[in-house]
Design a protein around this ligand. Sequence first.
Ligand code: COA
Length: 332
Amino acid sequence: MPRAVILGVGGHVPERVVTNQDMAQWMETSDEWIFERTGIRQRHWIEGEAGGSELAERAVRQALSRAGVELEEIDCIILATLSPDHTFPGTGCFLQERLGLPGIPALDVRAQCSGFIYGLSVADAWIRVGQYKNILLVGTEVHSTGLDISTEGRDVACLFGDGAGAAVVAAGKGDERGVLSTHLHADGRYAKDLWIEAPGSRFQPARITKDMIDAGRHWPKMKGRRVFTKAVKHMPAVIKEGLAHNGMTLDDVDLFVPHQANLRINEAVARLLGIEPDRMYSNIERYGNTTAASIPLALRDAEQEGRLKRGDTLMLVSFGSGFTWASALLRW
Ligand code: COA
């Protein structure tokens, strides 16, 4: 069975840069507070009206050109987002329309920060059974239009950035390259520890009302400490699970590419595992947390910076809302 190989990655962030100093004009916070606790210096936010599908299109076109694959060769779209352009249909369909690829399947994945690895797992399975050959796997988010940028919402608002990342995932040629394994987990007992409550189809008489908006129930809410402690517990465990499955050790991994939620989380994971900090990739300083887009954006940047070479062994790892967590071991 052919392995799924990532042939090329691309990324796109909006031009507008929002620094921590900018945030401090809208809420009681400071560059020092945000940077010390998260490692974030700035993030990119859209200007005017733009959805995740627009950002995704730019990322996809870069990924295709780096992969050397023509758009017409794509036979499936998998798109992960927690900030869809509209409630329905899935953002994958809006991306498909922008790309001009009618007829092929477009699947949205709702696994938040783990969306890219969950999507990679689906892509890998479909490729192994021969159902599809050239899959576009995309993570895209527009967070900025859904954040409470007052002091009330500062714990969440300072973390998130807009952006998209994309990968062309194709059937391998039977060599060493490709996805070795993926391991996926979730624990819905913590679903409300990082969530947006409304709009919701469970509400009467409408999915969202003025009263709900006045009460701020449409803003994201997070139990930050719980997210931190659970992330630091589950990320090392799912890394070890992936390595054990393949009979490998931490020393076999050239680069760890974690979801970029918080530099302090990733530093703690590295410390717990005894990994040198420079083997744990980070670009959160520039983008903040771009959720489903963060891992493909990190792969794109790591490759551009010369940190990723053909034949390297990579460990992708994520933790986020759901809670969901996952790892993928692959040979680049
Ligand atoms: N600027 C200044 N002060 C802030 C702030 C901000 N942006 N956000 C929160 N605070 C304040 C709080 O209001 C609180 O004030 P109080 O003591 O007067 O009540 C104080 O800082 C401490 O808040 P706390 O939530 O205990 O801070 P913390 O040390 O846990 O750090 C996070 C907060 C969000 C940085 C931290 O919990 C974290 O990183 N959690 C993981 C979040 C994450 O990664 N989420 C995405 C996962 S996908």
